[in-house]
Ligand binder design. Structure first.
Ligand SMILES: Cc1cc2nc3c(=O)[nH]c(=O)nc-3n(C[C@H](O)[C@H](O)[C@H](O)COP(=O)(O)O)c2cc1C
Length: 237
């Protein structure tokens, strides 16, 4: 897929040459805190797993529905997901191939039909959301396999999850291809422009979204999730 971001790509090699005279750092590290370079492996002792998911968390979950040209509907959760701009409203999610050969079905679909829905995941939907992460075959419809109700979107082709209290209809704005992973896996960042927003009436209280009513679940590291804890209101200075 042609990438719009190619036009604005930063030439990192030139930048590094330009900065050569600036020392990287001059601090003498005396503390015993852990430091490692991912290019040498993501599990240096005593870490048993890649720590990134447990360090960059909690992450919201985008439950992405998509459809391919042959009509194959897909639904899968992505926690490498976030809103990246409020106006214009844009979101991103990152499908990371499960092996060096294949691509995620969701990625295949959004390349074929550049549209997707972000269904928001309330705590009550956590188990169903998790079920849809099963690696079903391309032709298996996760709505049917996991007992969820597809409902038509207003502006785009993929259906949305009726059980979700909010959903964002998106068109693909751009796809950024990340460097190939150490084990040969391909990863991409799909950026979407939000073209339609569904909000269950019960979420709106005094003209605002009540985050507690949406009650979104968030992803931590390993098999851990977080639910909404204390909410702090901190006005801007
Ligand atoms: C909570 C959760 C978050 C996930 N986040 C991602 C993610 O950000 N990127 C990714 O490639 N896979 C992620 N996965 C795994 C995919 O959901 C899983 O591989 C799914 O089968 C992909 O479906 P597809 O091949 O039908 O697109 C996540 C799974 C769970 C349970």
């Amino acid at each position: 897929m042609q990438s719009k971001s190619d036009e604005n790509k930063i030439d990192v090699s030139t930048r590094i040459r330009y900065c050569d005279h600036i020392p990287i750092h001059s601090t003498d590290y005396t503390e015993e805190s852990m430091f490692f370079e991912p290019s040498n492996g993501m599990r240096p002792s005593p870490l048993q797993h890649n720590p990134l998911n447990a360090l960059v968390c909690p992450r919201p979950i985008g439950w992405i529905s998509s459809i391919g040209v042959g009509g194959a509907v897909n639904l899968a959760p992505f926690s490498y997901f976030n809103a990246v701009s409020a106006d214009p409203p844009c979101v991103m999610f990152a499908p990371n191939a499960a092996s060096s050969e294949g691509e995620k079905d969701t990625y295949r679909n959004v390349v074929e039909i550049p549209e997707f829905v972000v269904n928001l995941v309330s705590v009550q939907l956590a188990q169903k959301m998790n079920q849809t992460s099963t690696s079903f075959g391309y032709d298996i419809n996760e709505f049917e396999a996991c007992g969820l109700t597809p409902i038509s979107s207003k502006l785009i082709r993929p259906p949305r999850v009726e059980e979700s209290k909010a959903a964002l209809e998106c068109t693909v704005y751009d796809v950024v291809h990340l460097p190939i992973g150490t084990d040969g896996r391909k990863s991409h960042v799909v950026v979407g422009e939000v073209v339609g927003i569904h909000i269950d009436d019960e979420l709106i209280v005094a003209g605002r979204i009540d985050e507690r009513r949406l009650n979104s679940i968030a992803r931590l590291g390993y098999f851990n999730y977080a639910t909404l804890g204390a909410i702090l209101e901190i006005p801007r200075p």
